[in-house]
Write a protein that binds this ligand. Structure first.
Ligand code: BTN
Length: 334
């Protein structure tokens, strides 16, 4: 039952009391301030525990909140969210095939701009180039639905905007020195921590919608053999689990800011300086792989349309375009 003045349920009010106190809150104080019986308080505490809140209880002292559940539903994200329009509509699934599939369906139905589909685990997560994205519980899998009013050939830059937003958010929330491997993998400690798959519905000159699908490896401790040398997670890098709702809210905040700048110019001219600061390949020799041919070039940075500027040993520069070439480090993934 919710209270008319605050809109909070009794359980939420008890939770707020516990959240606001660093120490034990006496059962009697809770009873008095919410006009509840001891038994009613105890029942609500047990419901909270069942939802994953760690609540200690000690005779004569009361209850103390020791840990929050790692839940990424709309309410938990909203508790951390500071955006104007992005992720004001969150659709959460504990399990689905792919958040991108769900978001594309919503795009077909004309769901609101900035709607986000968040999923705890995916049964058919999709990676780039037709690969699977294995998606066990404990990470972040989400897709942002957008209707950018830009030329069709400008839409793919949204993927780079997303890589910047993830990189900034992971840095801010966890302190990891994340970087971007051109064009849009986010890396930490030389391994991939996030992948992005953008899918859109367009005709010759019109974008119906764009779905930016993002998978961030958060609290995963082990990876399958085929990817374990290439993949890492926040918890492997920091030794600690991350509160995913907080991280997601931070990604949305940075995405909204960067995406707005991108829309202003329909390109990355207001963003590429920062992108190049985050670019792990910058000023490094990389292997450019194009139609089976490999060349070693020095990566200089991206230009305003997101192409990578590379330089040969004679100082001659050219640009390479994502989708047409792959870039590898000389000795491995980065
Ligand atoms: C890549 O191959 O690097 C891209 C991986 C993208 C994975 C994310 S997880 C959320 C969204 N839903 C999907 O099915 N894929 C993307």
């Amino acid at each position: 039952m919710s209270d008319n003045n605050t809109g909070k349920t009794t359980k939420e009010k008890i939770l707020s009391m516990l959240e606001q106190s660093r120490d034990y809150v006496s059962g009697q104080d809770i009873c008095d301030s919410l006009s509840l019986s001891r038994t009613a308080v105890w029942k609500h505490i047990n419901t909270l525990r069942a939802e994953g809140y760690e609540i200690a209880s000690v005779n004569n002292r009361g209850y103390k909140l020791n840990g929050m559940p790692d839940i990424i539903n709309e309410k938990c994200i909203r508790d951390h969210l500071h955006t104007k329009w992005l992720a004001q509509n969150v659709i959460y699934y504990e399990e689905t095939d792919s958040s991108n599939n769900k978001a594309k369906q919503l795009g077909e139905e004309g769901e609101k701009d900035g709607t986000v589909v968040v999923v705890d685990r995916q049964t058919a997560g999709k990676g780039r180039r037709g690969k699977n994205w294995i998606s066990p519980a404990g990470n972040c899998y989400f897709s942002i639905l957008l209707y950018p009013d830009v030329r069709v050939d400008r839409a793919s830059m949204v993927t780079l905007v997303a890589a910047m937003a993830v990189s900034e958010a992971v840095r801010e929330v966890t302190g990891i020195d994340t970087r971007i491997k051109w064009p849009n993998d986010v890396v930490a400690g030389g391994k991939k921590i996030c992948g992005i798959l953008t899918e859109s519905s367009t005709d010759m000159e019109y974008i119906q919608y764009v779905v930016v699908g993002i998978g961030i490896n958060c609290n995963q401790k082990k990876f399958e053999n085929e990817i374990k040398d290439m993949a890492t997670s926040i918890s492997l890098e920091t030794g600690k689990d991350v509160e995913r709702a907080k991280l997601l809210a931070k990604v949305f905040e940075h995405f909204e800011r960067y995406y707005t700048l991108y829309l202003e110019t329909e390109d990355l001219s207001k963003l590429y300086d920062r992108y190049n600061e985050l670019l792990i390949n910058k000023d490094r020799d990389v292997k450019i792989i194009e139609n089976g041919r490999e060349r070693i070039m020095k990566a200089i940075g991206i230009n305003e349309v997101g192409a990578l500027i590379v330089e040969d040993s004679d100082g001659r520069q050219e640009t390479v375009i994502s989708g047409e070439v792959s870039v590898r480090g000389l000795y491995g993934y980065v």
